[in-house]
Design a protein. Structure first.
Length: 338
């Protein structure tokens, strides 16, 4: 098969790499529109939401994360995979109670905060828990290395006659006439780089936001979610919201060094969407990774390649034909009612 991939964020980049590893003839290219993968903190974790429930299909996706990124680091000869536990700080009594009352994921453990440096750094009146199995991926390092690999193998550029084209165009798909019908609920996010001398770097910190250690006292700090902003430009309101949250939890002085923003590609149904277009079967989509591109792309890119090579069905929830039909039915229902 002659495969063309449009887009070189994490979705297009990992699909190109995994397809190429499996013997598929690949060409990949991107225009210079902003990629949210270049702004993302790159976190992955088995749990989601305030109640720390296990994420959709985390048992399938996480083992792929732990296998794929370290193998790729070795092959590319650079470092971008950073496993790191998370310290989750509850920000209200209600939040803690809700977590206590829910069935617990095995990777979440209660913790008594006795370490003096942590006690001096954080406000934790409602306690903390410890989450194993997460970490972060330095996406710019990974994407630059994969772009070099594609170029060195003549796999970078447009293909005038592909058998199949996969659109991995992130949030831009919502403006694309071909993929508008999927139904999108993209989410703008602001993220800061802050300097916090004295904050221990053995953890990712999660409260209503996250703090991710980068080295030399610098941390990525984010992120906001806003559904009414279409352009990936930093919002002053976003910075204000982030600072308010930081002051609630952090007991140390900080200095803001940078402010960036991006748009998360979120398809209605909130699960990634994969497969052909209903009317144009040689045009496929690999998108909708929301805030979990790092967790889901290795597993789902491999599943997509397996689907092409062995006809193994894609996970039911991701299938584009089903999803687009549902969205069309939904819109028809709304039109008929109104
Ligand atoms: C503030 C913030 C924090 C985040 N933090 C995390 C996190 O910690 N962990 C995590 O997993 N995810 C996080 N995310 C989400 C993450 O960014 C996405 O899940 C992921 O980057 C989506 O990757 P993608 O490849 O689908 O899209 P993108 O990274 O946006 O890439 C799209 C690609 O398509 C190209 N393109 C678009 N349109 C066209 C066109 N018409 N022609 C040619 N090329 C085109 C672009 O140039 C780009 O190369 C965060 C997002 C934001 C905004």
């Amino acid at each position: 098969m002659n495969l063309q991939i449009i887009g070189h964020g994490i979705a297009g980049a990992l699909l190109a790499e995994i397809a190429s590893q499996n013997g598929i003839r690949v060409s990949v290219w991107a225009d210079d529109s902003p990629a949210s993968s270049r702004v993302a903190a790159g976190l992955f974790t088995p749990v989601t939401g305030q109640r720390l429930s296990l994420s959709w299909r985390a048992d399938d996706a996480l083992p792929e994360v732990d296998r794929f990124y370290p193998d790729l680091e070795e092959g590319l000869g650079c470092k971008f995979f950073h496993p790191l536990p998370t310290l989750r700080v509850f920000t209200s009594e209600k939040q803690r109670r809700e977590w206590e009352e829910k069935p617990k994921a095995d990777c979440v453990h209660p913790l008594n905060l006795t370490e003096p440096r942590l006690q001096a750094s954080l406000r934790t009146p409602w306690g903390v828990v410890y989450i194993e199995g997460g970490g972060w991926v330095d996406l710019p390092v990974l994407l630059d290395a994969l772009e070099q690999r594609r170029k060195s193998r003549n796999e970078w550029g447009r293909n005038p006659k592909p058998d199949l084209t996969v659109h991995a165009t992130g949030h831009q798909a919502a403006r694309d006439p071909l993929w508008k019908a999927v139904g999108w609920r993209n989410a703008h996010g602001d993220v800061l780089t802050v300097k916090i001398p004295g904050l221990p770097t053995d953890f990712i910190y999660s409260f209503d936001k996250f703090l991710l250690p980068l080295g030399e006292d610098r941390f990525r700090f984010g992120a906001t979610y806003h559904w009414d902003v279409d352009d990936p430009v930093p919002q002053p309101d976003g910075r204000t919201e982030l600072e308010a949250s930081l002051k609630n939890t952090l007991a140390l002085p900080y200095e803001i060094q940078d402010h960036q923003a991006g748009i998360r590609p979120v398809a209605i149904a909130r699960v990634p969407i994969i497969g052909p277009h209903p009317e144009q079967p040689d045009q496929w989509i690999f998108n909708g990774f929301g805030s979990k591109g790092v967790l889901y792309t290795p597993w789902l890119a491999q599943r997509l390649v397996d689907h092409w090579q062995t006809q193994r069905p894609l996970p039911k929830e991701t299938q584009s034909l089903r999803r687009i039909q549902r969205q069309r039915d939904r819109l028809k229902g709304i039109r008929e009612k109104g």
